[in-house]
Design a binder for this molecule. Structure first.
Ligand code: HEM
Length: 461
């Protein structure tokens, strides 16, 4: 359907997840819809059954690669590498040395340290300006957390430079490039390719230099037992598994790129909901207080005892999934049937997770913010239940999901334990408008006020 040659490209607009959900409902095509984006054939699933067939079946194990992603080196990293031996090796290395339960638990101190730093920054901003803009604080915390997990200590100047590169990469990867849809190499009207080349060169230089410095240091200094960052692990791999220098740069850069914004964007939505629903915030704070008492720091081991806090995170994933279209599509590597319909090799498949999580046939009262729904029944968000799969599912499910969740839970608990979060003006709501870029962000950054927990208790007594 759609225009000649252009297909449905002109109709997509800025909130494609909503447009596509509306189309699927009006055409009664929730299970499967087919259309063209330029010259690219696409199918889209807005139902858990067809979503499972796409995400968990073997036919869709590749991803269509955008020119910008290829130029930014992601083709040699996990996310866009074709699903063969090289991709399996990368996933295995990352699963063992960055995302294993032991690695995640080793990094608890870092997560707590960054949480403390964020609490300090929130209070400073409140005292200086009388209002807190959380987005910048969360982004900085997230960047620091991932950089130290990946590189160990990182110099302030390097951190700033890498942060700017991540921002620039985000801008470029979402820029519209006609070539992605029509395959003609001369259609780069926006200069995306030129800018990607420039950025990739900067990344190679800086990340390459960090790798070189570390290699040199390891020649002279004995590897410290507690050197447990991802770069050290990559350099310690046995010879037959070791990655070449440029592949190592690609995977390190990918982790920084993906690990920074997803967590910050999700937490901004959660804090917006906390400001908007004071009653729910207060129940969550009571739960935290009951669990950790007078202690000032929340620990990872407290999280299993905070079911309401976990339910809040799930409810935000449901209403504001950071990847409403799961961010990265899949590509059919061979002819296949989905829902008994023939899908030729080379078709791009998209899952509209946002449509599924807002479907009234699946969720009771789907537009209401009700964490309680997850207290009543257990719903896993790790990829086994396609009614709510914000990390995708199947062989290409997000490998960073356990790390991402450990970070979000700990930081949310610490932020709620430290402050009461309030709207800037009493009785004025929070603007929940969306902006879909690579992730689904808040269109207007959240501004709010905080009161220290200690002040609250003084006032109560
Ligand atoms: C709130 C946090 C996060 C969300 C919502 C999220 C979401 C996603 C989604 C939807 C996918 C596509 C899955 C699919 O196709 O089935 C994905 C893939 C991926 N994510 Fe995440 N992610 C998060 C955090 C992270 C973190 C912290 C990292 C790394 C530090 C990471 C690294 C990756 C990688 C490497 C892939 C590609 C996997 C592959 O193609 O084999 N993610 N993520």
């Amino acid at each position: 359907m759609g225009w000649p040659i252009l297909g449905t490209l002109p109709q997509m607009g800025s909130l494609a997840h909503r447009k596509l959900a509306g189309l699927a409902t009006s055409l009664r095509a929730e299970r499967l819809m087919a259309y063209s984006l330029g010259a690219m054939p696409v199918i889209i699933a807005s139902h858990p059954d067809t979503a499972r067939e796409i995400l968990c079946g073997s036919a869709f194990s590749d991803r269509p690669i955008k020119e910008s992603a290829r130029l930014l080196m992601f083709e040699r990293a996990i996310g866009f590498a074709p699903g063969g031996e090289y991709w399996r090796r990368l996933r295995r290395v990352a699963a063992t040395h960055l995302f294993s339960p032991r690695r995640i638990s080793d990094q608890e101190g870092l997560r707590q340290h960054v949480a403390e730093e964020m609490v300090r920054r929130v209070w400073e901003e409140m005292e200086e300006k009388g209002v807190v803009e959380v987005k910048g604080i969360l982004q900085e915390g997230s960047l620091r957390n991932i950089l130290e997990g990946v590189f160990g200590n990182c110099k302030g100047s390097e951190r700033e430079e890498l942060g700017n590169m991540v921002k620039e990469g985000y801008e470029l990867i979402v820029k519209f490039n006609w070539e992605d849809y029509f395959g003609f190499k001369f259609l780069d009207f926006h200069g995306v390719k030129r800018k990607c080349h420039k950025l990739a060169a900067k990344v190679k230089k800086l990340v390459g230099q960090i790798v070189e410095d570390r290699k040199r240091r390891r020649e002279f200094v004995r590897v410290e037992e507690n050197e447990n960052d991802f770069l050290s692990a990559l350099l310690s791999l046995p010879k037959e598994e070791r990655l070449g220098d440029s592949d190592m740069v690609a995977i390190l850069w990918e982790m920084i790129f993906r690990g920074t914004d997803t967590v910050a964007i999700l937490l901004e939505w959660i804090m917006a909901r906390m400001v908007l629903h004071q009653d729910i915030q207060s129940i969550a704070r009571q739960e935290i207080h009951m669990c950790i008492g007078q202690r000032s720091h929340v620990r990872d081991s407290d999280i299993p005892n905070l079911p309401y806090l976990q339910a809040i995170v799930k409810e935000v994933f449901r209403l504001h999934p950071p990847g409403p279209l799961l961010s990265w599509a899949r590509l059919a590597t061979h002819d296949v049937h989905v829902d008994k319909l023939f899908v030729p090799a080379g078709t791009t498949a998209i899952v509209n997770m946002w449509a599924i999580t807002h479907d009234s046939a699946i969720w009771e009262d789907p537009w209401a913010f009700k964490p309680e729904r997850f207290m009543e029944k257990e719903v896993s968000i790790m990829g086994s239940d396609l009614r709510l799969a914000p990390f995708g599912a199947g062989r290409r499910v997000c490998p960073g999901r356990a790390l991402g969740l450990a970070t979000v839970h700990l930081w949310l608990a610490q932020l709620l334990h430290s402050f009461v979060w309030l709207p800037v003006e009493p009785n004025v709501g929070v603007d929940l408008s969306e902006c879909l870029r690579l992730s689904l962000e808040m269109k207007k950054p959240l501004h709010c006020q905080v009161i220290r927990r200690s002040q609250l208790y003084e006032a109560c007594n």
